[in-house]
Design a protein around this ligand. Structure first.
Ligand SMILES: C[S@@+](CC[C@H](N)C(=O)[O-])C[C@H]1O[C@@H](n2cnc3c(N)ncnc32)[C@H](O)[C@@H]1O
Ligand code: SF4
Length: 377
């Protein structure tokens, strides 16, 4: 069974107003302590229940993993090699912030075998970057991208954001075109989500910031798909676009419900039956590991219905859709028959070669249609 490894690096120079991923500023002095704790966590993995797993991808996400200098990543990768059989790993990704990943560090990452870089551009517009409270400039985006190429990264993703207040359709189109001109192998384009508990949420609730209306969001979403597909990027997932052969294997693993192990604060692990998550606090996480205690904060059982619903939700977001024939291998209930019947009422769903998928118009209704196909206990 193919599986992935996710490592969460929680450090950021500054917390962005819209971000609800677990990350904290002003703790770079703890990188060494964190690395040692992370290694203990990796090495204390119970291997008995994952004997059948074949790891194919590793993903360093954050936070800002590119704040870690080569020796720390070297130590972490060594711990992974000591603990797991990584001979089938073909993709190792690291996330980098523009301006926070100097050339020498990128070269060192490449020498460690890291072969995919994901850079969070978001936008090239100074006023929008300022609004998002990003500390980088468009120049930082271009120079970090150029350095990534100089460091011989041949698989580079750039993250872009639309639906930002005061971002017009013209500005977004320009941003997308600029990103395309750089010719990355992968582009992720996300609509800005107002997450509860973030400063952006507070600003929206108190009306000091007005989010674009739904029509604008939909127009930008539709245009994004059009522009990127016309530029040779396959919309292999609703928000993810890749040149042929450059789809993110790690994320495809999540979307196809393959198992994964997560390390680092707030990371999740999934073994098809249960999902567990680690403390979302660096201090609690560090203290637990320094006392040889578990870092698991909680877990939930994934019932067959949950797993089916997750498969539907993720499967519909992928261009390839849901493999109907495979359902009988995965589930005891007759979900193939159920899906074939219930999907008839949606003209935005189609079945091709035994895969159930959304039409292009259907991508706008992905969440609504998925919810309609869900099975409730
Ligand atoms: C959590 S960040 C980590 C990587 C890196 N620190 C960065 O900011 O690019 C990963 C990506 O999540 C996306 N993201 C985070 N919060 C978001 C939000 N509220 N709405 C849309 N996208 C978001 C951004 O595009 C970002 O590039
Ligand atoms: S840099 Fe990335 S991870 Fe850090 S706060 Fe900003 S969006 Fe979140």
């Amino acid at each position: 069974m193919q599986a992935g490894i996710y490592i969460h690096i929680p450090f950021c120079i500054k917390k962005c107003i819209y971000c609800d991923f677990y990350s904290i500023p002003n703790r770079e002095n703890d990188i060494e302590r964190f690395t040692n704790a992370l290694i203990c966590e990796i090495e204390s993995t119970d291997l008995s229940s994952i004997k059948e797993w074949r790891f194919t991808t590793i993903y360093f996400g954050g936070g800002t993993p590119s704040l870690l200098e080569q020796p720390y990543l070297d130590k972490i990768l060594n711990a992974l090699h000591r603990t797991f059989n990584l001979s089938d790993v073909t993709e190792i990704t690291i996330e980098a912030n523009p301006g926070e990943a100097p050339l020498q560090r990128l070269k060192a990452y490449r020498n460690l075998g890291i072969n995919r870089l994901s850079i969070g551009f978001q936008t090239f517009q100074p006023d929008l970057l300022r609004f998002l409270s990003r500390i980088h400039t468009a120049e930082d985006c271009f120079s970090t991208f150029a350095n990534a190429e100089k460091a011989r990264f041949t698989n580079i993703n750039v993250d872009m954001i639309f639906n930002i207040p005061k971002q017009t359709a013209d500005i977004w189109r320009d941003d997308l075109k600029t990103a395309i001109q750089l010719n990355p192998t992968h582009i992720s384009a996300y609509s800005l989500t107002v997450e509860r508990g973030t400063p952006l949420h507070q600003q929206v609730v108190t009306h000091s910031v007005h989010m674009p209306d739904e029509d604008t969001d939909i127009r930008m979403f539709t245009e994004t798909r059009e522009i990127l597909q016309n530029a040779g990027y396959s919309a292999y997932e609703i928000s993810n676009f890749a040149k042929p052969g450059f789809e993110c294997r790690h994320n495809l693993g999540y979307w196809k419900l393959q198992p994964y192990l997560g390390f680092g604060p707030s990371s999740h692990s999934y073994d098809l039956k249960r999902r567990c998550w680690k403390y979302s606090s660096l201090d609690t996480y560090l203290k637990a590991l320094e006392k040889n205690e578990s870092t698991v904060e909680g877990n939930e059982v994934i019932t067959e219905n949950d797993r089916f619903n997750e498969l539907v939700f993720n499967g519909l977001r992928m261009k390839q859709g849901i493999n109907l024939h495979q359902l009988s291998e995965w589930f005891s209930g007759d979900f193939e028959n159920y899906l074939e019947k219930v999907s008839l009422k949606w003209k935005e769903l189609t079945i091709q070669n035994n895969y159930l998928m959304l039409t292009e118009e259907g991508t706008l209704l992905a969440d609504e249609i998925a919810a309609d196909l869900f099975i409730t206990d």
